[in-house]
Design a protein around this ligand. Structure first.
Ligand code: MG
Length: 445
């Protein structure tokens, strides 16, 4: 009942649905899909990591894979290692921002990215149909350890920023690693960029110091630490360090939407080109791209990291991501990466010597409203038909659910893949308008 299977892998509760049997079976299914070969295996800091990782490793070995164990590693760090080592795939043991009772198994393909829905389904089908291969004694896999993830990941980020310029700025940074996996590499990166680092929740125990989703209500202590230390910026990572939230120099949580907006502002100003973002991501990135003009354009994708990565590859985007603080810099790695995000935002500060609060205040300001409605699949379908026929002159996209854009804002209606609900997200310059736009669409149900 607590087991969640989705394109981003499997998540379950320890002592309940996330058992060693399941983990070994998933390892064997993935190893079978890959047809053997080297696979890197990392895990976040959860106390159950060793149990789940050991079982996944056993499954991979049984399917004939050679397993490179990274030990404690972030999701982007594991993805970096897949490509550094030329592995056929990667596995990260993490339940991302879920509480400590959860753990999960995330797959990565040979290009170090999240699998598409089709590939994820092929892996699950091998498990479901019990088609996993178990090799005989001559072909069963062996393992080795590689502890270079942090160094290699940090080196890749350093390569894409102007480290000397950031060092000159001598920034003071508070980093909140929520006792997750990103502390060591996050701190190493910041120190190499000449930052004075105040590191809170830096012990990778997996006992999260606050609920691990990097939202405003969970980051009160970070905001206080930024103020108390007179820091230039505060960064909050989630447990597997793919997402990043930012607190400005005044101790204000600026919201996860700004992580991608600030990173895109910097990257697009340096290398004008295309950007990719999912349909539920703020319009800020469109405003940034159109203000820069020229070849800057934004491609919108269905929700889901793999879809954003597809667009980055197909459109040769210079930056991409999601409004949940997930920034993808394809020069670093094709997954959301809190380290790349920190490097890019610090790059922006190094170029524009004003405090972050001043930069944020001059950016377009929007309010996003999120609602959900419990409805049957049939009711949702009828509703979507009505929305499609009654767009009030807006521009309609049906890439994923329905999104309607008007000059004053937009609404995105999207049925959940897993629950009998539909989510409505709307955005406008002020809350009243965002609510009115959401109501315009919700009233059609
Ligand atoms: Mg995460």
């Amino acid at each position: 009942m607590s087991l969640m299977m989705s394109v981003s892998g499997v998540r379950g509760v320890i002592g309940d649905s996330m058992t060693p049997n399941l983990a070994a079976a998933m390892g064997a299914a993935f190893g079978t899909y890959l047809r053997g070969g080297p696979v890197v295996l990392g895990m976040d800091s959860r106390p159950s990591g060793e149990m789940v990782a050991s079982a996944v490793k056993a499954g991979l070995l049984s399917a004939g894979c050679h397993v490179v164990e990274l030990g404690l590693a972030t999701t982007p760090g594991t993805a970096v290692m897949v490509t550094e080592l030329g592995a056929k795939g990667g596995v990260v043991i993490t339940a991302s921002h879920n509480p400590v009772i959860w753990n999960g198994i995330k797959f990565l393909t040979a290009s170090g990215r999240a699998p598409s829905a089709q590939i994820a389904e092929q892996i699950f089908a091998i498990h479901r149909d019990q088609r996993a291969r178990h090799e005989d004694v001559d072909r069963v896999g062996r393992s080795e350890r590689d502890l270079s993830t942090c160094d290699r990941h940090v080196a890749r980020v350093i390569r894409v920023v102007d480290a000397a310029a950031i060092r000159r700025r001598q920034l003071k940074v508070v980093l909140d690693s929520v006792n997750g996996a990103g502390g060591a590499s996050g701190r190493t990166l910041l120190e190499m960029l000449g930052c004075k680092v105040v590191h809170i929740n830096a012990d990778p125990t997996g006992h999260f110091a606050h609920p691990p989703e990097p939202t405003a209500e969970n980051l009160v202590s970070l905001c206080e630490a930024v103020k108390k230390n007179g820091a230039d910026i505060g960064f909050a990572q989630d447990p597997d360090a793919d997402r990043l939230a930012i607190v400005d120099n005044s101790g204000r949580y600026i919201g996860e939407e700004y992580t991608l907006a600030l990173a895109a502002k910097f990257v697009l100003s340096k290398s004008p080109g295309a950007a990719a973002a999912n349909l539920s991501t703020s319009r800020m990135i469109d405003d940034i791209a159109s203000a820069l003009g020229g070849p800057c354009a934004v491609y919108r994708t269905a929700v889901g990291e793999a879809n954003v990565v597809d667009a980055i590859s197909a459109r040769k985007c210079v930056i991409g991501g999601e409004g949940n603080g997930g920034v993808i810099d394809p020069r670093v790695v094709l997954v959301r990466d809190s380290l790349a995000s920190m490097g890019l935002v610090l790059g922006l500060l190094a170029e524009d010597w004003r405090p972050l609060s001043a930069i944020v205040d001059e950016m377009p300001r929007y309010v996003m409203v999120k609602q959900k409605y419990e409805l049957t699949r049939e009711q949702i379908n009828v509703w979507m038909q009505r929305v499609r026929l009654d767009t009030h002159g807006g521009r309609l996209s049906d890439v994923d659910g329905l999104r309607i854009d008007w000059p004053e804002g937009w609404v995105h209606v999207r049925p959940s893949n897993t629950e009998p609900i539909a989510r409505v997200i709307s955005e406008a310059a002020d809350e009243a308008t965002a609510l009115a736009l959401a109501k315009r669409v919700a009233d059609l149900r």
